[in-house]
Design a protein around this ligand. Structure first.
Ligand SMILES: [Zn+2]
Length: 479
């Protein structure tokens, strides 16, 4: 079995990659600004003989590390960006900021583990291929800005995956899933209203309020909710509410919208309705609106061949080997997790309701393509999955029900249990990648399925032609 081929290399290398994950957790960086995290990853990849390419697709914090020669080319996707306002002490069971964390950021999605785990898989795979004298290329993709910024989607649009044959990845979290979840396609954009300032008491008739326009846009969108699909999602934030004085008719206001739907086509239609409401609000208030595209990702396209192969690999591996200390901490932390979230993970994992284990200890249920779970969030892995057959394993690092982007997720990011989950997932995706490199029939079956799907529904890149990633746009500022 392929996982047995890879396990010795993974086990030998693991301590160094656990340390890499911890070092990235210690210095959490936000989207497009992951310079220290990238430097740490590149240092480890270079130490293991990786050939580095920086500035991939023109993005300063996107890079690849490559081993081997010739085809096939298998991509291993990694991430390393954190979230604002989520500083949290490691290994704690109460909400409290990490001592010495000056940025206030935290790894609330476990991307410290994601990047280090994927790099571990790539290096272990490269060493195994070298030892066995096999041809083929392993390429680790250091992908920036997954959180609300579509780093991979811009990399896909920039042609970074053009010579790739298949891709593997994983995502930390609760439970263990070999089933490929569906994600929502999304677009996010800024809506900037411009009006005319005036004395709000003395001559309001001369003012045209941009703030009124922004409020009316939100009201319009909130009425739109009655006429959307169940899995559609629209969220907004005020970036600028005008000035601080109520005695001035506000001449500027800016909203940041995130529009999601189950398919890229559905998302495009919904986004157009939101834009129509914005223009209507501007018309009503005699203001002007400028719409600035920020980022977009397609929904995940599952590959059934790779999904069932991943499941077979994980079945042969058995469960994550947590120990008694992991379970003791897990039990304590579990009391802080919302009960309905714990129940949800148990149901998904096929656990009985009275099972009091804080982690999922078994082999996940066999994926059921007919009842594929719909995740109502989004991921930029979606665009990669439309250009090459892609598979991901999820979970293994957190107690049941741990919500994404929560302090509990940050608190678990450096625990021994999370490290075990990272090594487990690295072994699984490394093994799938090994099989893709050494079994031409498996790769061809995955690619044939991919071609057949695209013949019916071609990839519709949600990034408009010619739009470059935000950090390389003139005048870009982090908001
Ligand atoms: Zn994530």
């Amino acid at each position: 079995m392929s996982s047995e081929t890879l396990t010795p290399s993974v086990a030998e290398l693991a301590p160094e990659f656990v340390a890499l994950s911890d070092a990235i957790w210690d210095e959490p960086e936000l989207r497009w600004e992951e310079h220290a995290s990238v430097a740490k990853q590149i240092a480890v990849a270079e130490r293991h003989g990786g050939r580095i390419t920086t500035n991939v697709a023109g993005i300063p914090t996107a890079f690849t590390a490559e081993w081997g020669q010739g085809g096939p080319v298998i991509a291993v996707l990694g991430e390393f960006d954190a979230l604002a306002g989520l500083s949290q002490e490691n290994g704690s069971t109460v909400r409290q900021p990490a001592p010495g964390n000056t940025s206030g950021n935290g790894h609330g999605c476990g991307h410290n583990l994601l990047g280090a785990g994927s790099l571990l898989a790539a290096v272990a795979l490269a060493k195994t291929l070298e030892r066995e004298g096999r041809a083929g290329t392993v390429r680790y993709y250091g992908c920036p800005a997954e959180e609300g910024a579509a780093g991979k989607s811009f990399m896909v649009a920039g042609g970074a995956f053009e010579d790739v044959d298949a891709a593997v990845s994983w995502h930390p979290g609760a439970g263990v899933a070999t089933a490929q979840w569906k994600s929502l396609a999304y677009t996010q954009a800024y809506f900037r209203f411009r009006g005319v300032a005036a004395h709000a008491g003395a001559n309001p008739q001369h003012g045209r309020s941009a703030l009124d326009a922004a409020e009316l846009m939100n009201v319009g969108v909130n009425f739109l909710r009655e006429h959307m699909d169940d899995t559609d999602r629209v969220h907004y934030a005020f970036v600028d509410a005008g000035g601080a004085s109520p005695n001035v008719v506000q001449p500027t206001a800016e909203l940041y919208y995130l529009v999601r739907s189950a398919t890229t086509a559905g998302m495009r239609a919904l986004y157009e309705r939101v834009c129509k409401i914005a223009r209507g609000a501007a018309m009503m208030t005699e203001t002007e609106v400028e719409i600035e595209f920020d980022g977009a990702s397609a929904e995940i396209l599952p590959n059934l061949v790779l999904e069932s192969h991943l499941h077979a690999v994980v079945e042969a591996m058995g469960g994550v080997p947590y120990d008694d200390d992991d379970l003791a901490y897990g039990r304590e932390l579990l009391t802080t997790v919302p009960a309905d979230a714990v129940t949800h993970t148990k149901t998904t994992m096929g656990m009985s309701a009275d099972d009091d284990s804080p982690y999922f200890l078994g082999v996940p249920p066999k994926p059921d393509p007919v009842h594929r779970p719909q995740m109502t969030g989004s991921t930029d892995v979606g665009d990669v999955s439309w250009v090459v057959p892609t598979v991901q394993i999820a979970g293994a690092t957190a107690v049941l029900g741990t919500p994404g982007h929560s302090w509990q997720m940050v608190a678990q990011g450096k625990t021994a249990a999370a490290h075990k989950g990272m090594v487990y997932c690295a072994t699984a995706i490394g093994a799938v990648a090994y099989d893709l490199l050494t079994d031409p029939d498996l790769l061809e079956a995955a690619q044939a399925e991919h071609r057949a799907t695209l013949a019916v529904t071609p990839y519709d890149c949600p990034i408009p032609e010619g739009v470059i990633a935000p950090p390389v746009r003139p005048g870009y500022r982090v908001r």
